[in-house]
Design a protein around this ligand. Sequence first.
Ligand code: PBG
Length: 339
Amino acid sequence: MTEKFKLDLPQRPRRLRRNAGIRALVEETVLRPADFIAPLFVVDGKGAPEPIGSMPGVARFNITDLVKECRALSKLGVPAVALFPKLDASFKNDNGSAALSENALILRAVRAVKKALPEMVVMTDIALDPYTTHGHDGLLTPDGRDVENDATVEVLVKMAVLHASAGVDFVAPSDMMDGRVGAIRAALDTAGFTQTAIMAYSSKFASAYYGPFRDAVGSAKAAGTRSLDKRTYQLNPANRREAIAEALLDEAEGADIVMVKPAGPYLDVIRDVREATRLPIAAYQVSGEYAQLHAAAKMGWLDLEKTRYESLIAIKRAGADMILTYFAKDMAAELKLGK
Ligand code: PBG
């Protein structure tokens, strides 16, 4: 009879994985509803929620329904929302002038949410893409081939002050122009909005994962292309050092929170930025990251609940303090149930 094969091991890591209780004790990273910022799309009018084909389960809400959605999120323990307007094509032009309208949809949406739910943390994007016919985040150069930096910042600064006056807690410049964080901070302070914070889209890559979002705000359709090229202002996906440098620049200019975006494909950058700054870090799990899990789940190839949890815990483990994710509501509901 042969003897049972036995290793003589001082360390057997599996001892700490034997049952659910032990696994819970040694769990290093935890997701909570308060980690999430829910991105929400808003439209004018009184219509029913408009589903977005490339983002199953996500819809554009009129302002009344938007407030209801915020209330539901708040009940689930989600503390913050990031609001994005979808404008009718008739409001768009080459210089995105509707962004500075005193009666802009986004301002009415912010006021409505803040009035109904003063505790809800409200963030808005500072960039021109929902407002321009070409879908770019800023003003084009005369030859139309690039985005003008300083002239764009001049508009973004005004936009940020308008949003602050509507009551947002955070303005979130997502445009990637040089120097915009410092210019926005100075303008906010001058206008008396010293308490309005800046969440800077600092390490934002020129990513193909933004496709479904561009359907949601109509910037792809306005531009007539699904692959809008933003490589003269957004980061090269190949660049790690430059991503850290951008985060540090925004910190020096006065950002309160720096962001890495997209999140899942850039976990190394989240970790790098975590080690480079003491500021809180937000990571944006973008529309394409959301869409790909839904698509695979629909095909029966992946388990949606398990992969969405895994995608989010990975982002938190990499070093993010908070996550913008279209899964916010579903994930918070699941966490609340203690599943
Ligand atoms: C626009 C903006 C984009 C996203 C957030 N703000 C798209 C872009 O830069 O083209 C993407 C979000 C997502 O894909 O979920 N400044």
